[in-house]
Design a protein around this ligand. Structure first.
Ligand code: ZN
Length: 518
């Protein structure tokens, strides 16, 4: 069976999750669910980066030990991901014992290869970036352009990794296939960075005096492994490195590292260089997505627009949030979250369009066909359009083009609503032209069956509800998890005549109605 190993960036636990963290996890979840639909053996990993001086500081402020602080934060993240239906297979935390072992093992391998050396270094260090920053990259106030804080001068003896040795190999690798790093704009940027002579060896440890909360360097008690080497290693820890060779063999290399555009450099230069040095395979794909702004503004604590994803899911439901974010933003670009826009969009597409189609059709089936799926005679024109939609969805999903995927599905639903309006099956039944009415209802039920499958990765609850109302025994989720989807996606498969449908009312309540009634 084909495997699909997908990872997200691991979030830094110095603060609670916000909508930006959630956006990436939801995207990875959409992809994980989609590949499960295709029958693949999916391993979806997300988790937390729990080391570093910012966490040490935050724990101190909270008056607790760093580990306890991380444990508490981990619960916050897990709670939010549960509310948003993030179906991860493994939640990795870099404070796990086995991750210490993995980080130390990879350090030892780089060292054994002769790619690690000790040297002293003086430079400007930004605590927000957890990285040294060059003078010329500072803004006009002498601050880090990302964090708007002044970097401090830091001088210490560290272990360095010989990135310079791998730069040309990395460049060749990235040029060998356009698909390795996407979108294309990010790939160009990284290729330019590789040409920069100043991009050289980088420090992979910190002295204990500047950072205590981290994985100890094997054989040197005065140093801890620096955040990036530690954090990036999570991707192999999660699949059993170094001890579980069976699992590692099965899932590594990752099929996709899904990350934010700001950390593309670390994932497509530093990480592959370390993997080359450790003689491990390189990831198949890396994708640096755009960011989410809120009501047109960058998410920031000082602007007070940090949206709590848990509260959002509790208020509007995971499906509404997921549907809106992926239909209204282009995944490779920055996108905006606006409550008003979300309500408008989900009311139009999920309540009025999709929900109404199901409800009207099942009402007609109840009234005219005793609630049973009628004889299997179909309108092939509409079903050809459904087939074309499936082909388009596969194409768009392979490009991580979520907005066009949803556009294709919603456009099919539009056409089906129009078909129902134009054909007026209620008139046919009234006039005694039973078969004409049955053709229309059967065709629409079949389109609804296919649409439920296609839209399931985005709105799993609504899809399950449609599935249930169409009268299937097993839930859609159950079919996916027992890998019985094959025939459901076969173009010749059709909903069975005589199946008892199960009308339950709207699959998605218009949002202002919810607000008014609560
Ligand atoms: Zn910074």
């Amino acid at each position: 069976m084909e495997k699909y190993y997908i990872t997200t960036a691991i979030d830094y636990v110095n603060a609670k999750p916000h909508i930006g963290h959630a956006y990436e996890k939801m995207a990875a979840d959409v992809l994980a669910r989609y590949h499960r639909l295709l029958g693949k053996d999916v391993f979806f990993v997300t988790g937390l980066d729990e080391h570093g001086s910012k966490i040490e500081k935050a724990a101190k402020q909270a008056g607790i030990e760093p580990q306890k602080f991380c444990d508490q934060m981990a619960e916050e993240f897990k709670k939010a991901w549960k509310a948003l239906d993030i179906s991860y297979d493994y939640f990795i935390r870099t404070t796990e014992k086995r991750h210490y072992k993995a980080s130390q093992e990879i350090f030892a391998r780089l060292q054994a290869k002769g790619d690690i050396y000790k040297s002293s270094y003086t430079g400007l260090y930004c605590e927000g970036c957890e990285d040294f920053i060059r003078e010329r990259d500072l803004d006009e106030n002498g601050n880090c352009p990302t964090h708007k804080t002044k970097p401090r001068s830091l001088s210490e003896e560290n272990y360095f990794f010989k990135l310079s040795k791998y730069k040309s190999a990395i460049k060749e690798w990235l040029q060998s296939n356009k698909d390795i790093l996407q979108p294309e704009s990010r790939r160009k940027q990284v290729l330019n960075q590789l040409d920069d002579p100043e991009l050289g060896d980088f420090s992979v440890t910190r002295s204990r005096t500047s950072l205590n909360w981290g994985v100890p360097v094997p054989g040197d008690d005065n140093q801890v492994i620096y955040v990036w080497l530690d954090a990036l290693t999570n991707y192999i820890t999660a699949v059993g490195f170094p001890d579980d060779k069976v699992m590692l063999e099965k899932y590594w290399p990752a099929d996709l590292h899904l990350i934010g555009k700001d950390i593309t450099k670390f994932h497509s230069i530093y990480w592959p260089a370390m993997l080359m040095s450790a003689e491990l395979a390189l990831p198949k794909h890396i994708y640096g997505h755009g960011f989410i702004t809120v009501e047109g503004q960058k998410i920031s604590k000082s602007l007070g627009n940090v949206i709590d994803p848990l509260a959002l899911a509790n208020e509007y439901g995971a499906d509404a949030v997921r549907f809106f974010l992926f239909s209204c933003t282009s995944f490779d670009q920055d996108g905006d979250f606006s409550k008003e826009e979300m309500i408008r969009k989900v009311n139009a597409d999920l309540a009025n369009n999709l929900g109404n189609l199901l409800n009207r059709t099942l009402t007609l089936v109840d009234k005219n066909c005793d609630g049973l799926v009628p004889e299997a005679i179909t309108n092939e024109t509409l079903l050809d359009q459904a087939k074309a939609t499936q082909i388009a969805v596969i194409e768009h999903m392979s490009n991580l083009d979520f907005s066009r995927t949803l556009e294709s599905i919603i456009s099919l639903i539009d056409k089906t609503n129009k078909y129902l309006n134009d054909e007026r099956p209620w008139d046919s039944f009234k006039k005694g032209k039973t078969q004409e009415g049955q053709i229309v209802l059967y065709t629409v039920l079949e389109v609804l069956r296919q649409s439920a499958i296609l839209i399931q990765p985005f709105v799993p609850n609504i899809a399950n509800d449609i599935w249930n109302q169409l009268g299937f025994d097993k839930s859609l989720t159950e079919l996916v998890s027992t890998k019985e989807m094959d025939k459901q996606l076969d173009p010749t498969y059709r909903i069975k005549p005589g199946q008892k449908t199960n009308r339950q009312g709207p699959v998605f309540m218009r949002i202002e109605e919810q607000v008014l009634s609560s």
